[in-house]
Design a protein around this ligand. Sequence first.
Ligand SMILES: NC(=O)c1ccc[n+]([C@@H]2O[C@H](COP(=O)([O-])OP(=O)(O)OC[C@H]3O[C@@H](n4cnc5c(N)ncnc54)[C@H](O)[C@@H]3O)[C@@H](O)[C@H]2O)c1
Length: 335
Amino acid sequence: MKILITGSAGFIGFSLADTLLKKGHKILGYDELNKYYDINLKLLRNKILKKNKNYTFVKGKLEDHNTLNKFALKFKPNIIIHLAAQAGVRYSLKVPKKYISSNVLGTFNIIEIAHKLKVKHLLIASSSSVYGSNKIKNFREIDKADSQLSIYASTKKATESIAHSYSSLWHIPITMMRFFTVYGPWGRPDMAYFKFTKSILNKKKIDVFNKGNMYRDFTYISDVVRAIELIMNKIPKLNSIKKYKNDSLSKVAPYRILNIGNQNKVYLKNFINELEKNLGIKPKINFMPMQKGDVKETLSNTNLLLKLTGFKPKINYKEGIRKFTNWYLSFEKIK
Ligand SMILES: NC(=O)c1ccc[n+]([C@@H]2O[C@H](COP(=O)([O-])OP(=O)(O)OC[C@H]3O[C@@H](n4cnc5c(N)ncnc54)[C@H](O)[C@@H]3O)[C@@H](O)[C@H]2O)c1
């Protein structure tokens, strides 16, 4: 299959492209290679992908409709997996405009191309942050997601809305994927678990928000990649009868929202204890108040994903942290 992956030099995009290339798919990767975090990590990921002859890379911005159009039209993907975005809650307080530009305009451009190319399926990354201040602790896709707390979350919610309207107008099959705290090897240096690891090893203090009283549904990268692969083949159909209770399938569009999570919340302090065990160093902790725009708890309900695809997460957080710290220590030596 021919697949266009945006954000292919990013954490999830790279991990997905790497797996799909090994399975013989042809991939067009598109990424602006921005400097939001260590560019070398992105270049290293890209270097690995480029070793495969079935990988073509184009450096470009989502906002640059002409470049995107030119390469996508030439490549003619059957499927588009749109992962490029400006991520991060905290950074969205500093440069909100970048989020509007990359996430809203950028996603709009991708949807237009999917329309033009009549792709079989467009998968778009959304986020658990769209559930915002919703107090339900086990988020289902059909639960209210109308109270976002950061511009990052708002732009993700906006893309869900734009995607739904385009899907209904032009019958583009679209699945929105709401990811829950993805972590693992080749991960993002701006995320807490990565920063903690780096600081603990450098004997520096770690900033722990809300005094560590936070819960996250940590989802290991290989589980996320497997979920995306399964979702690729579950193309939402217009007017199909809902087989499953609580299906988020739209009544007027071939459009569905799916949570991708571990369906298990981990107390942040336990996560840090596990890092300590694996690194063999006691962390020095700087307890901080709650961060503006952040949420105290996330927990996915992934029953719909299970019923549709049979997906069950395989890696629990203890195993995930072990794999991550092993990778981190070896990566420190090669980078
Ligand atoms: N990692 C998580 O825990 C998580 C959780 C929820 C949602 N998500 C979403 O999943 C997707 C992938 O996340 P990730 O963790 O791999 O992030 P990442 O930052 O590692 O990757 C995103 C990539 O997109 C590229 N990019 C950003 N803006 C661009 C633009 N305007 N034009 C072209 N390229 C651009 C960046 O250079 C980067 O390589 C994102 O949409 C993110 O919002 C991630």
